[in-house]
Write a protein that binds this ligand. Sequence first.
Ligand SMILES: *Cc1c(COP(=O)(O)O)cnc(C)c1O
Length: 394
Amino acid sequence: MKDTDWNDYSLETQAIRAGHKRTHEDEHSIPIFATSSYVFNSAEEAALRFTGQKPGNIYSRFTNPTVNAFQERLAFMEKGERCLAFASGMAAIMAVGMGLLKTGDHVVCSRGVFGNTVLMFQNYFGKFGVETDFVDLIDSAAWEAAIKPNTRFLFLETPSNPLIEIADIAELADIAHRHGCLLVVDNCFCTPVLQKPFELGADIVIHSATKYIDGQGRCVGGAVIASEDIIEKSIYPYLRTGGATMSPFNAWVFLSGLETLAIRMKAHCDSAFELAKWLEQQPGIAKVHYPGLPSHAQHELAKRQQSHFGGIVSFELDGGKEQAWKLIDSTQMLSITANLGDVKTTITHPATTTHGRLTPEVRAAAGIKDGLVRISVGLENLDDIKNDLSRGLI
Ligand SMILES: *Cc1c(COP(=O)(O)O)cnc(C)c1O
């Protein structure tokens, strides 16, 4: 391929063309390199590659050309220096902790992060003497107050799940840096199409590629994007040893997912915005959570920080759990699943599924009411989605 500097191109173009190093077979589409290891021309070359004196592939737990293509493409799209792919979003989060933390370190984490992320910090890093304090995503003063001399990083997701609250990334990056900490942002809900955390001062971006990057609910995968220095010193050595590598097949699926990400995200956002406005007009709904609505507490921040408002909408029914379950069970087309970011619209009841393990008190403190329903708006015709929901609305 011609020597192109993809930095000169826009995200939509990078998503389609960056990362492919065409082989001598002149292929147009990126191939799946289904190989676990690589051969060397001589014993000396093998030795040089193992010591890192000569670049090149050694073993697919470390590097693989199809996975490399995915990593390079996503790094360009996020405007980050380097990306490493992982077997899942959780494996990516695990790698950040394993790479950066040691016994005696401290983490400040948003209370509104993915449930397994809470468990990862609390139960697993906690077991090895890393302490984590959880704070309200949108309370910047609480973030700053929770920082200790041994705090290594702040970890957040914005927008949050399932209440779609928005954190001010620039403000939290500033707080983190003033205290000598890093800011880690899980950018799964927005993807680089809607939000670029590095431009706002974040140090590390995490992805669950399982969601919008795949976009069609086929593969599980994740990624960490950071500076060359962080990746080279802290994340890559752990990936190489820890082994939660992305498979070449999954990387190939995610590469084609990236190619359509921008147009899919626009369509998800347009439908979600329309659906949120429609839901606000429906009977029996106490509140709709969507950052595109002027009624959303961080509407102005969302307008500033994101290029669109996202594909996830949640809302509270007056009739509590009974009404929420009735609505969910009345649908004929929507998929009852906690997954999100799919072309298929999904509907879930957070209080009894994703957040069901929390005690009622903790759930109430987190603002997750029994009547709350979350929808990941897919790409079906919007009228069909509305009609399906109408069946269960009083
Ligand atoms: C799903 C999800 C994860 C975990 O990713 P997996 O690919 O399922 O391991 C992490 N963060 C967020 C925001 C998610 O939605």
